[in-house]
Design a binder for this molecule. Structure first.
Ligand code: NAD
Ligand code: IPM
Ligand code: MN
Length: 356
């Protein structure tokens, strides 16, 4: 677009401490972009009396995309809006080790793949109820499938639509093609529980298989998701683009982050037909709030994903390289990476690399 408008929301706890310095850098790297601040969570509760006020929703709506930190417990409605309200259906979570990251793995240099997560369906958003409501199911199916409706308990509903599974599969294939042009193998890997849930994950498997067949240059492999979790640790070099359902993608993205050195290092981007938003994989890190110790790398790299997505390719590369160079030097590392630099020190080191 001629004028790119971006809504910036810091979020809760320690998240604003990584969002604000990131946006300062982005402003300087790309002065033509218009950034507009909005508030949510405890900050909005204090100022306006609601965690997700309508002015914040309007700010999200009038921008082309949002840069978001993270929401803490009581302020979840904003996350629901950024995902379901704006229909950002796919979540891209790169998993890539860089020299200097404090990985617990023996060969971390082999870790370089991307998780493509369903961002809308499965057991999200919560739809739960009393077991007794399932009494019509108690007489259908075989005895071992009948829910124990006479017990006190609850159920949770899992939903998958063909439309959503297809567009997530297409997003994975398009990403694999794009990566292939940069020298990656063009391999799509599905992880799902098709053995246990034939109607949902079984269908997901069918759809991903069929979608990959439409792309002549791509190869395909599939694993039950529990085995895939092991592969992420044992043979990460066999992974390129990994497609996962919503809850599997949530859990395995944090686990994958652990293999490269932790949540401080993992960026993400959520895309829809008409909207995008960018946030780190990590949450609001309440244990770090107000201490100036949170690692801003995940947010900075989410900022680089933002720049790249809107065609600021050169600036995206500059930012990524500045972060990579800061780790390569290894003299300014935050506590989670074994150093004693503050958030501010780390940002200053990245800024020096950028000549800012
Ligand atoms: P978390 O990701 O906030 O923190 C988990 C652990 O990782 C903590 O020890 C934390 O200190 C550490 N950590 C996280 N980010 C870090 C960083 N950038 N640098 C250094 N260390 C970092 O997860 P949690 O503690 O389970 O959840 C806290 C809150 O965040 C919860 O309310 C949760 O629901 C929410 N959350 C929100 C989002 C989101 O808005 N997208 C994502 C995940 C969690
Ligand atoms: C994430 C978070 C969210 C999720 C929570 C905060 C609802 O863990 O973005 O990974 O489960 O998707
Ligand atoms: Mn998560």
């Amino acid at each position: 677009p001629s004028q790119l408008n971006v809504c910036v929301i810091g979020g809760d706890d320690a998240a604003p401490e990584v969002v604000h310095p990131t946006v300062e850098i982005l402003r300087q790297l790309a002065p033509t972009i218009n950034f507009v601040q909005a508030i949510s969570g405890r900050e909005a509760q204090a100022e306006i009396g609601e965690t997700f006020p309508s002015v914040t929703r309007d700010a999200i709506d009038s921008a082309d995309c949002t840069l978001f930190g993270a929401s803490g417990g009581p302020s979840r409605p904003i996350l629901w809006y950024l995902r379901w309200g704006k229909e950002t259906y796919v979540n891209i979570r790169p998993v890539r080790w860089r020299p200097g990251y404090l990985s617990p793995m023996r060969y971390p240099e082999r870790i370089d793949y991307v998780i493509v997560r369903d961002n809308l369906e499965g057991m999200y958003p919560p739809r739960e109820g009393d077991l007794a409501e399932l009494s019509t199911l108690a007489s259908s199916g075989s005895w071992w499938q009948a829910p124990p409706v006479h017990e006190k308990g609850a159920y949770s509903v899992r939903v998958s639509t063909d439309r959503q599974m297809s567009r997530v599969a297409v997003a994975a294939c398009e990403l694999a093609v794009q990566r292939q042009q940069a020298g990656y193998p063009g391999r799509v890997t599905l992880g799902a529980k098709y053995s246990i849930q034939p109607r949902t994950d079984g269908r997901f498997r069918e759809i991903v298989r069929e979608t990959v067949k439409q792309y002549s240059g791509l190869s395909y492999q599939e694993f039950l998701v529990d085995d895939l979790a092991r592969r992420m640790v044992a043979v990460p070099e066999t992974l390129d683009v990994v497609v996962l359902g919503n809850e599997h993608g949530d859990i395995l993205a944090d686990a994958a982050s652990g293999t490269i050195g932790g949540l401080g290092l993992s960026p993400s981007a959520c895309y829809g037909e008409n909207y995008a938003y960018f946030e780190p994989v990590h949450g609001s890190a309440p244990d770090l709030a107000g201490k100036n110790v949170i690692n801003p790398t995940a947010m900075l790299l989410s900022g680089a994903m933002f720049l790249a997505h809107y065609g600021f390719t050169e600036q995206a590369q500059m930012l990524e390289s500045a972060v990579a160079e800061t780790y390569r030097e290894g003299t300014t590392l935050t506590v989670d990476q074994g150093g004693n630099a503050s958030t501010t020190d780390f940002v200053a080191a990245v800024r020096r690399q950028l000549g800012l």
